[in-house]
Design a protein around this ligand. Structure first.
Ligand code: COA
Length: 163
């Protein structure tokens, strides 16, 4: 039984992340989408909201489980008896950051390998920041995020604007 964790901020989860989960499900028996509390980012959704949205967006993926965690991702991986950590590598610009993350995680726990997946072409330039901006400006994101994510974002913005 091979288990992988896919840690990230997921603010919000996009079709690019879901594409990585599809690919990982072909290689691993269990894929844990790990929603991080500690990310260094000022997020639109709190941890509980990000986790709930991810759960809804991944409900059609039988091998995927969504769990939030606080602390180091390698420690969480260890507590889940994971064999690998998954990350998506979109463009050359991701490489330096992803390499430093993978090397630091390896220093922290050399039992856990980082495995990179390359997303489909159409998701290469997708990011959560772009999605937040486009939705904020009422742009069309149908091809980029699941419907439930768009709904949650619109609700959040409506509440913010009503204040
Ligand atoms: N499709 C679409 N977007 C993608 C993507 C894909 N396949 N892969 C990455 N991205 C985007 C994300 O949307 C995000 O965009 P944004 O910056 O506009 O929000 C960006 O790429 C990277 O985000 P993410 O994959 O969520 O990673 P992160 O860098 O925000 O998170 C953690 C990094 C959570 C893995 C890291 O902070 C962590 O491990 N935290 C726990 C504490 C810890 O262990 N720290 C030590 C690390 S050495």
């Amino acid at each position: 039984m091979k288990t992988a964790i896919y840690p990230g901020t997921f603010d919000p989860i996009t079709n690019g992340h879901i594409d990585i989960l599809h690919k990982a499900s072909k290689l691993f028996d269990r894929v844990i989408l790990a929603v991080a509390a500690v990310t260094g980012k000022n997020t639109m959704f709190n941890l509980e909201e990000r986790t709930e949205i991810c759960k809804e967006a991944c409900s059609h993926l039988p091998k995927v489980e969504v769990i939030s965690f606080d602390g180091l991702s390698v420690e969480f991986a260890d507590s889940m008896s994971a064999d690998a950590m998954i990350r998506g590598l979109r463009a050359v610009s991701d490489f330096e950051y992803e390499l430093s993350l993978a090397l630091m995680n390896k220093n922290l726990n050399n039992q856990i390998e980082t495995v990179f997946f390359v997303p489909d072409n159409k998701y290469l330039y997708l990011s959560s920041t772009m999605i937040r901006q486009i939705v904020g400006l009422q742009g069309d994101v149908k091809e980029m995020i699941p419907q439930c994510v768009e709904k949650a974002m619109k609700k959040k913005l409506e509440r913010k604007n009503a204040k």
